[in-house]
Design a protein around this ligand. Structure first.
Ligand SMILES: *Cc1c(COP(=O)(O)O)cnc(C)c1O
Length: 389
């Protein structure tokens, strides 16, 4: 047997908690169960036609076949800045305050390498998208977890962070609208985070991947909060907004010196997104209102379908104002892993156990709206026959 050749930084990663769910799902399919998978957050609707057309056209242009610029095509950064001003009322300098990413995950994962020294602390939420924590570990930093609790509106209790942790903290990751809790943050809450960041000299890394996937009021940008641009970088993604997850294009915007550091890091790691994809992304952003609106309406209709089934079953449901997730409390006496199994056994529905996103996710399951309406109708009907106890 050969030795475990993995670097130590891989060995310290937590075990993949969803493996058990994956196995249960495969077994159910083998038994012939008609499984409806609401476990993954992978947009199922196709990318809108005009964006695909723009790519088709750009792919044939030899100018697109060369190395892209590291910071992203100037025309795309200008287009993003114009979109941002329309949407959030903030005028960004496309030269210094906008950086193109190969998907927002890429930018998030590279940020600790650019801004965090070994031994320094990154404040990370839990439950959360796992990349905040793992990228901090990869950079030799120390993740300090901020629990997201229902009683605090799934917003971190900034007053609960010990002074010695604050002394070593350089970064704070937050994510609103939030995956997995589906919570949104108000301008007032984001303002509190900005105040905190100024006081303790931490850079806020705000993941806004779901900024355009909303059902109520459009969620704010942290850069629209007074002082936000001086302390925060914000990640934006086309993956969810325009059903472009496979295209790998996103943005980091905000604090200029932080973006400059991220650009230096990136220019040593990658060579930018395919220029043809950047041109198609510009078409998406120029027509953001027209192209994202119909996708949003479909998610809204899907939410109605699934929420109806859960409410009929007596589930204590907090209808989300944004994201395409439902974060549902499990019945008293169950835990999230056990209840996910029960959902599969009794309804053939795959949901993600909340504990897989962090310990404060215990007691919840996450259901995703990235399944076709007719499948959600079936899921809702089966769920409505369950008893939430
Ligand atoms: C989907 C998702 C992302 C990743 O988006 P990409 O732009 O496709 O890399 C980032 N953050 C959260 C919370 C997500 O759910």
């Amino acid at each position: 047997m050969s030795r475990d050749l993995r670097a130590d930084r891989l060995k310290v990663l937590p075990p993949y908690l969803f493996a058990e769910v994956d196995r249960a799902k495969r077994e159910a399919i083998q038994r012939g169960v008609d499984v409806i998978d609401l476990g993954v957050g992978d947009p199922d609707m196709p990318t809108p036609g005009p964006i695909v057309e723009a790519l088709r056209e750009a792919a044939g242009d030899p100018a697109c076949h060369r190395y892209p610029s590291y910071a992203g095509w100037t025309g795309l950064r200008e287009t993003f800045a114009a979109y941002f001003q329309r949407r959030f009322g903030v005028k960004l300098d496309p030269g210094k305050e906008v950086l193109a990413l190969i998907g927002s995950k890429e930018g998030i994962a590279n940020t600790p390498l650019a801004l965090l020294n070994p031994g320094e602390v990154a404040l990370v939420p839990e439950p959360a998208y796992p990349v905040y924590r793992t990228s901090t570990i990869f950079a030799g930093g120390e993740p300090w977890e901020m629990p997201l609790l229902e009683k605090n509106g799934f917003f971190p209790d900034l007053g609960a962070i010990p002074a010695d942790v604050l002394d070593r903290a350089r970064l704070m990751f937050i994510n609103y609208p939030n995956n997995p809790t589906a919570a949104t943050a108000s301008t007032e809450q984001l303002g509190r985070a900005v105040e905190f960041a100024r006081k303790h000299e931490v850079v806020i890394c705000h993941d806004a991947a779901y900024a355009e996937t909303y059902f109520g009021d459009p969620p704010p940008s942290i850069l629209s909060v007074p002082g936000g641009r001086e302390v925060a970088i914000e990640y934006h993604s086309l993956s969810k907004t325009f059903s472009m997850a496979g295209w790998r294009i996103g943005f980091a915007v905000g604090r200029a010196d932080a973006l400059a550091a991220l650009l230096t890091l990136k220019s040593n790691v990658d060579s930018g997104a395919f220029i043809a994809v950047q041109r198609a992304a510009a078409v998406a952003l120029e027509n953001a209102e027209a192209l994202a609106g119909p996708l949003r309406e479909r998610y809204r209709a899907r939410l109605e379908i699934l929420a109806g089934g859960l409410e009929a079953a007596g589930a204590p449901l907090r209808r989300p104002e944004a994201t395409f997730y439902l974060w549902v409390r499990v019945p008293k006496g169950s835990n999230s892993m056990g209840f996910a199994k029960r959902l599969l056994d009794e309804a053939g529905v795959v949901a993600t156990p909340g504990v897989g996103f962090g310990k404060s996710g215990e007691g919840f399951v996450r259901m995703s709206l990235t399944a076709p309406e007719e499948r959600l109708e079936v899921a809702a009907e089966r769920l409505s026959r369950m008893r939430w106890r």
